[in-house]
Ligand binder design. Structure first.
Ligand code: TRP
Length: 319
């Protein structure tokens, strides 16, 4: 889809130009999710090798009655990065919340998904908010006075380095307020082969998703990146406990964005995403550091994926 220059988010241009000029070239992962990227990501979630979505969905289905009793009484559900909102109906059916607020950075995609939820739950007020949830988010006035349950599935928290992840959790606490709860999905550490297969599928959908970022830069920023000069790569970084996604130059290449030249030698990469994996203790510690006290936890039988319910901490010092 072609965007006129004034439709292009200036933050996209700024992030791309600054990120590519870094000693380790990188582009913040949020820019993977334009309309095309959001569609491709939805395809990823249905891949056989991508276990997180089906594991988390089955877990939600199996445990929902218990989760619902603990998590939400007459609450408003606020979903961060709602995407296609496919897991949400499970919550909405059982919890019967008073309102649903899906927040997503991809406005076009959000409106379609919200309309689908609206059609499926005619009596539920749905208030979509197009926003980058890492920034200031104004919750709709309509949910004022309602208790809030934040919903942050898909292990999206793992896409933030731990320092930013704790900032983000604190930010959610500020947005939702004390007295709120958070239901969060976190992928667990597991054998490297399975992790890498989830981020580098034989069908090449993840590669297409990653490479779409270069197409987006060409489309929206009028750049001339030879996309075929890059290939998708997933790497396990053991010390940092994460899968990294890169776009690696397959030959020496150069291009211009906004009149600025960038050169990549063969083998050099653009780092586009991280997906951190947590053990049980690490996951809880991350939440505690981010201002949320874990209340309950559910995992699948294989221990592949965890759902954690946490409560916003009151402001106080030790003990
Ligand atoms: N939250 C997802 C994850 O970390 C995002 C994701 C899945 C992703 N596959 C990807 C991001 C491939 C970039 C590239 O599992």
């Amino acid at each position: 889809m072609l965007k006129t220059p004034d439709e292009v988010d200036p933050a996209f241009r700024a992030d791309v130009l600054a990120g590519l000029a870094e000693p380790i070239p990188s582009i913040p992962a949020r820019w993977l999710y334009d309309l095309r990227g959001s569609e491709l990501f939805d395809d990823i979630t249905r891949l056989p090798s991508y276990y997180p979505t089906r594991t988390e969905t089955a877990l939600l289905e199996a445990k929902m009655p218990e989760i619902a009793t603990l998590a939400c009484r007459d609450c408003a559900i606020v979903e961060f990065g709602s995407g296609s909102s496919t897991k949400t109906p499970l919550l909405l059916e059982t919890m019967k919340p008073r309102a649903y607020v899906p927040i997503d950075i991809s406005g076009e995609y959000l409106r379609d998904s919200a309309a689908r939820v609206d059609a499926q739950f005619p009596r539920l007020p749905v208030h979509p908010v197009e926003a980058d949830f890492t920034k200031e988010v104004a919750l709709p006035a309509a949910i004022e006075g309602l208790r809030r349950l934040g919903f942050f599935p898909g292990s999206t928290i793992g896409n933030f380095i731990p320092r930013s992840a704790t900032d983000l959790l604190r930010h959610f606490r500020d947005i939702l307020g004390t007295g709120s709860k958070l239901l969060i999905g976190m992928d667990r550490v597991k054998p490297v082969e399975r992790l890498l297969a989830a981020y580098d599928d034989p069908q090449g959908v993840t590669a297409e998703f990653n490479l779409n970022l270069l197409h987006r830069i060409n489309r929206e920023l009028g750049a001339d990146i030879p996309v075929d000069a890059f290939r998708h790569e997933a790497r396990w970084h053991d010390m940092n406990g994460r899968v990294e996604m890169h776009l690696v130059a397959v030959r020496d290449t150069a291009f211009a964005i906004d009149g600025r030249r960038f050169a990549f030698a063969k083998g050099a990469s653009i780092h586009t995403e991280n997906s951190h994996k947590y053990g049980a203790r690490g996951a809880r510690l991350l939440l505690l550091a981010g201002g949320w006290t874990p209340l309950a936890e559910w995992t699948d039988a294989a221990g592949d994926f965890a759902l954690i319910l946490a409560e916003a901490q009151r402001n106080r010092f030790a003990p």
